[in-house]
Design a protein around this ligand. Sequence first.
Ligand code: ADP
Ligand code: MG
Ligand code: MG
Ligand code: MG
Ligand code: MG
Ligand code: MG
Length: 643
Amino acid sequence: MGLLSLGTPLSWEEIKANGYDEHIRRHGLIQFVNLYNKLKDRPCDMLKWGDEVEYMLVKLDHENKSAKLLLKAEEILPRLQEKEENNPGGDSNTLWHPEYAAYMVESTPGKPYGGLMAHLNTVEANMKLRRQELEKLLDTAKGETALTLTAFPRLGCPSFSTPWYKPNPSNDDGIYKSLFIPDETIYLGHPRYSSFTKNIRKRRGEKVAINIPIFKDKNTLTPFVEEFVNDHDGEGARAAKPDHVYMDCTGFGFGNSCLQMTFQACNITEARHLYDQLTPLCPIILALSAASPIYKGYLTDHDVRWNVIAESVDDRTPEERNLEPLKNNKFVIPKSRYGSTDSYLSPNGERYSDIDLVLDERDCQELMDKGIDRQLARHIAHLFIRDTISVFAEMIGLDDNKDSDHFENIQSTNWQTLRFKPPPVNSNIGWRVECRPIEVQLTDFENAAYVVFVVLLTRTILTFKLNLLMQLSKVDLNMQQAQKRNAILNSKFYFRKDLQSCACDCPIENEQCLMSINTIINGGPLGDGQGDFPGLIPLINLYVATVETDLDTRCTIMRYLKLISDRASGKLQTMAAWMRNFVTSHSEYKHDSVVTDRINYDLVTACDQITKGQMTAPELFHCTESKSSNDIPNSVKVAQEIV
Ligand code: ADP
Ligand code: MG
Ligand code: MG
Ligand code: MG
Ligand code: MG
Ligand code: MG
C-alpha cells in the first residue's frame, strides 16, 4: 500500500509557510536510515509476488448509443472491502483498494503468490474471481460494466461521465481548474487524491499542461489547433501546442489504469540486482503492452499512456523546468516526478549509470555518514529533491524510530518505472521491487499472460545469472521510442547484445545495439556479423524446461508466452493497434482523427463484449483463456493450498 493515511490535508501554501516541506525531507531521510539499519540484514525471505489490476467503471447507454465513465467507486468500494474489513488479514482471495478516480477501483490477490510454478496457473483464475466480485455489484441490466481499459477514449470530452458535472475552470480554489474534467470525477472518499492534485497545480504555479502529438490523418486540420470554450484567462490557448492534443489536469493521467507487479526478493542485495535487471526491460514491456492510442476523443501519435501521466503530475516550477533562472528553487530538474528510473542500484550497475543525477550533496553526504553506501544514498537523495505534495496535519510530528511515513511520503510520490520498496516497519514483508510500466489489457487471459511473462523473466534472469544492463541514457531513449505509434513494428530499441557477460572489454556503447522488439523477445540475427541474439522467450523456455512443472501449468505458460511472442512479431496486434483499426474503419470516422461519441460507444461496447467472451478478436489473441481457468473456484483453492 502506498501512503493512504487519513487526516486533514494541508494546502501547498500551508506546507510552504510552515516549512513542512523541509521538515518532511529531513525526517524522511532519517526514517529511511533507521529503516535501512534495522532491516538491511534481514535474513533470507522467500520469493513472493503479486499483481495489481485497475478497473474502470463504465456505463453503456444502449438507447442513446453513448458510453460513459460511471462515478460509482465510492458506493461500491466499501462493499468490495467488507470481507477484509470484517476479518483483517483473513483468508480472502481478493483485496480491493481505492484508486484516483471516482470511476476506478484496484484489486490485488488476497495474498501474494509464492515461488512455485503451479502458482502461475492460478493468476488468471484469481483475476477472473476479482472481476466477478466487481461485476456482481454493478447493475448490468442498466449497462453498467467494469473494464480494464488503460485510457477511456473520450475522457475529458463533454458529458464523459455519469452523473455529469460541469468543469469549473474559473475556480482557483477548486482542485483542477480544468476546462475539461470536473473535480467530482476524483475519488473523494480519500482526501489524499484531491489534496496532492491541487498541491501539484499550486506548486507548479499554473495548471499542468499535457501535449501529445495528434495522429495526422488525411482530413486532420493542418495545423491542428483546438478551440476551447470557457478559456477565460487564455491559459489553455497559451499552453496548447499546435498539432497536439492538449489536456490540462492530473485526471488525464491518473485517471488511466495500469497493471503492476511487485516482487519480494530474498534480501536487499537481490532486490537491488533485480531492480537493475528490470530497468532495461521497462520500455520493452511498455511497448509490448501498448493499449492507449486515444486521448480526449482524438487519435494520437502515441500508443501508450506514459508521457500523459508524466506531464499530468509535473509539479516542477518554471525555474525547475529551466524556463527561468534559478532564484527560489534549488535545482533544474530534467524529468517530472513521474518518469523512468535515473540510477542503477547494484554494484554492476554503476558503470551504466550515465544520467546526471540531480541531488542535494548534503542529503547524500548525510545518508553516507549514517552508513548508507554511495549508490543507494544517491538514489534516495535523488528521490528527495521532490517536495511533499500531500501532508496531513495530524501526521507532522512522528517518531523517526518507529514511523516511516515521511520517507513513504516522498517515496510514494516518485512514480517511476520501477520502485525499490524497503520493508514496512513492524511487518514480515521483505525488500521488494515494483514493476510499473505495463498497460492493462482487456481480458484476464492477456493480463495473466503479461504478468506470468514478467515473473518468468525475473526467474530466468536470476537462475541463469543473465546481465541485461546497459547505459541508462539509452534506456531513456527507448522509453520515448516505446510510446510511438506502432513502436513494436516500426521502432528499434537499444538492447544488450551479450546477456551472459558481466562487462566487456569493448567501449560501453558497443555492449548494446539497436534491435526490433521481435528480435529482443523471439531472438534472431543482429546483422553486421554480430551473431545471433537468443531472445527472451527462448531463454524463458530453457528455464521452464529446467524446473518441475505439471503439464497443466506448462500448457498455460505456453499459451501466455505464445501471446507475447506473437505480439512481438506482429502476428497479433497490440490493443493500441486494434483500437486504431477499429476507429479508422468505423463508418462514422471522417479521417480527421476525431473519435466521436458514437465511435466511442461502439468501441467500448466491443471492448466489453471481448472482455466477456461474447465477441472474438482473432487479431488480438488466439484464445481468450488458458485451459485451467475454466474452473475458477478450483484454481483459487489450489493457489491457497500451495501457499
Ligand atoms: P502499492 O499500491 O503500494 O503498489 P498494493 O498493496 O496495491 O501496493 O500491491 C502490493 C502488491 O505486492 C500485491 O500484488 C501483493 O500481492 C504484492 N506483494 C509482493 N510481495 C509481497 C509481500 N511480501 N507481502 C505483501 N504483498 C506482497
Ligand atoms: Mg496498489
Ligand atoms: Mg497503492
Ligand atoms: Mg493503483
Ligand atoms: Mg494509478
Ligand atoms: Mg502499485
